[in-house]
Design a protein. Structure first.
Length: 182
């Protein structure tokens, strides 16, 4: 018996047996057999989740998102509508790398709608990626990045409830508008 809820009846294809309790899966979602999804997640319509994907607890994946092999998403992450993840740095039709680079989205991070995330990078704990940003390098913990290519515009304060509730986080004006990503 499944503990997750397919909110759309028979309109999704869910092949994985590794889905946590109280996760809701909406219509037109495809989840491949080896994908792992935690508890209390919300997988919105028109999402695709490949085999080598691990999703933590309380993650929201909005509509139109494809999660490709090599993606690791930690707890409490928000992925906005139509975010694009890539997993092959040199794509060619019918030519696959021996292994896909691992892309990690750390706990409490948020990615705004329409952002593009290149392969093999890490989005730090509590970080925020602005809508439409093109992230070409790893993003530090609690950084806010925007633009193409994405640049740090500020850091979230540790006591900001939207920063992931990490009291150890330091913030303020570190970085500045033209700060480089690592």
């Amino acid at each position: 018996m499944q503990d997750y809820v397919i909110a759309s009846g028979e309109l999704s294809v869910v092949k994985s047996n590794h889905i946590g309790p109280n996760t809701r899966i909406w219509q037109f979602v495809v989840i491949l057999p080896d994908a792992r999804i935690g508890a209390d997640c919300n997988i919105c319509s028109h999402a695709l989740i490949e085999n080598d994907v691990i999703i933590g607890d309380r993650v929201t994946v909005k509509s139109g998102v494809q999660l490709w092999d090599g993606l690791r998403i930690e707890d409490d992450v928000f992925i906005g509508p139509n975010v694009t993840f890539t997993n092959d740095p040199f794509p060619r039709s019918k030519h696959y790398p021996p292994a896909f680079p691992v892309t990690t989205v750390k706990a409490g991070a948020s990615i705004g709608g329409g952002a593009t995330i290149l392969p093999g990078i890490t989005i730090g704990c509590g970080a925020m990626v602005g809508a439409g940003a093109v992230v070409t390098k790893s993003v530090p913990d609690y950084a806010v990045v925007v633009g193409n290519p994405a640049r740090i515009v500020r850091y979230l304060e540790g006591n900001d409830e939207r920063a992931g509730n990490d009291p150890a986080a330091q913030g303020g004006a570190r970085g500045g508008q033209d700060a480089e990503l690592s």
